[in-house]
Write a protein that binds this ligand. Structure first.
Ligand code: FAD
Length: 431
């Protein structure tokens, strides 16, 4: 029996970061991962020479947790243009991101893509996002939603509906703008202070960098934890026994449960249940020369009309050419509408293709070939004010800690942060 062994359950971003921080602080740790790969919800795979990320995701370079953990230069990032192009009434309208470029945002207003009055109403939020200190607390909760915040600022319903709804719908995977205003402002700050990017080798390269920082021999793959049990008479001698799905047992002095909300609840049934936001990503391929011109820029195209089912669209190969073999372009159409998500793959693709035909013409979309349709039921924990209020404590007492994006903020940054905090707490116990 090893007296000070810490077990980390789950090898997603939170678990990997917990392991890195334990390793750096000289804590004796072992990580148990249920599947045959590390990285959890962050990953990439190859299909017919095309790189497919696990759902459409981007890295925001301003995430505070990246510092000291991720070498951005080594990721060889390719960046998105800030702002978006909104599909509205049959045309694409360019909106400069007023958060990153307040001046260009005002020019956008003057040229008619957002109203002048709206531009000035957004300005205080933009300035706070760019320069305010309080907006970078990812664990804060305002207790009211992003939509409420925008309404308080008297931003027009038109701008809310045509820009903020699809843009932040794509970020929270929730088209209601019901996310807590603090989570919304945190992301605004990240967009104002950094850029959205894809690593040259795909989002999976982020997980690969984390994995490279920890020794392999401390990781047990294909080891799903089925049960955790406290052993020992009192809190000073508390130890934990972990049982896996094949009946193996491990003893530990402390545990970090770095699972998603449902996984954590399956081990600790007293935890509150958490609503999920789901998504489907349809990836098409087409000969590069047949890619519609609006998709040739590294920018998000948004469904400003709310017709759906595709909420946000982009060509990953216009951001990173190496995502597909030379001469091939990829198109990623992303669905977040819960009703559309109930359609079968065939119906969903047919409906998305009909929408794309309206955006680009039937002729332009005729030769788009489906590469894959990825459905991710449990993509992001919902982040409404009531969800934030019910977040469980990271320190569950008796040397049991929770990490994972459900205890902080539903993002790569949140997962990294939770892993760091849990590891620091464990390390303090062993000092
Ligand atoms: C489609 C999509 C788009 C996203 N877009 C972005 C984005 O653009 N920017 C951003 O910052 N974030 C984005 N995110 C969110 C981000 O990916 C997650 O918040 C983060 O990866 C969560 O990491 P985690 O470690 O908390 O959980 P997970 O990644 O879920 O890791 C949990 C791990 O535990 C393992 N596990 C489960 N049960 C057990 C068990 N019983 N025993 C042992 N192991 C177990 C799992 O296999 C998994 O490896 C997106 C997520 C999705 C799905």
């Amino acid at each position: 029996m090893e007296p000070n062994k810490v077990l980390i359950i789950g090898g997603g971003v939170a678990g990997l970061c917990a392991a890195i921080h334990c390793e750096r602080q000289g804590v004796d740790w072992l990580l148990l991962e249920a599947s045959d790969r590390l990285g959890g919800r962050v990953g990439s795979r190859m299909i017919d020479g095309c790189r497919i990320d696990r759902g459409f995701a981007v890295l925001l370079t301003a995430y505070p947790e990246l510092r000291g953990m991720i070498d951005l230069e080594q990721l060889d990032l390719r960046t998105f243009q800030s702002g978006a192009r909104i599909q509205r009434g049959g045309a694409f309208i360019r909106v400069a991101n007023p958060l990153r470029h307040p001046i260009r945002g005002v020019i956008s207003a003057l040229t008619g893509s957002i109203g002048v009055i709206d531009a000035f109403r957004i300005l205080p939020i933009a300035m706070r996002a760019a320069f305010g200190r309080s907006v970078i607390d990812p664990d804060a909760s305002h207790g009211f939603s992003a939509r409420d915040l925008l309404r308080q600022m008297k931003v027009s319903e038109q701008l809310i509906d045509q820009f903020f709804r699809p843009f932040f719908g794509g970020i929270f995977l929730d088209g209601s703008l019901g996310a807590d205003a603090a989570a919304f402002e945190f992301r605004l700050a990240m967009f104002a202070r950094g850029i959205a990017a894809l690593p040259n080798e795909g989002m999976g390269a982020i997980a690969q960098q984390l994995i490279a920082q920890i020794p392999n021999e401390r990781i047990r793959m294909a080891t799903a934890v089925r049960e955790i049990k406290r052993i020992g008479e009192d809190t000073t001698s508390t130890r934990w026994c972990v049982t896996t799905n094949v009946g193996q047992t491990y003893e530990a002095s402390a545990i970090i449960i770095a699972l998603d909300a449902d996984g954590a609840r399956s081990l600790l049934p007293s935890l509150p249940s958490r609503a999920w936001c789901s998504t489907a990503a349809i990836t098409w391929r087409v000969e590069a020369e047949k890619l519609p011109s609006a998709l040739r820029e590294p920018i998000l195209l948004l469904d400003g009309d709310g017709d759906g089912p595709v909420n946000h669209l982009c060509s990953p190969t216009s951001v990173v050419a190496g995502y597909a073999p030379q001469g091939t372009s990829l198109i990623s159409g992303n669905v977040i509408d819960p009703v559309a998500l109930k359609l079968s793959d065939e119906e969903l693709e047919r409906s998305a293709r009909a929408q794309m035909a309206k955006w680009f013409s039937v002729e332009a979309t005729r030769e788009w070939k489906v590469v894959c349709i990825d459905r991710i039921q449990q993509a992001l924990p919902r982040q409404h004010p009531q969800d934030f209020e019910a977040r469980p404590k990271m320190d569950q007492g008796d040397r049991l800690f929770l990490a994972g994006d459900h205890v902080t903020d539903g993002s790569i940054n949140g997962a990294m942060r939770s892993g760091r905090i849990a590891a620091d707490a464990v390390s303090a116990l062993h000092r």
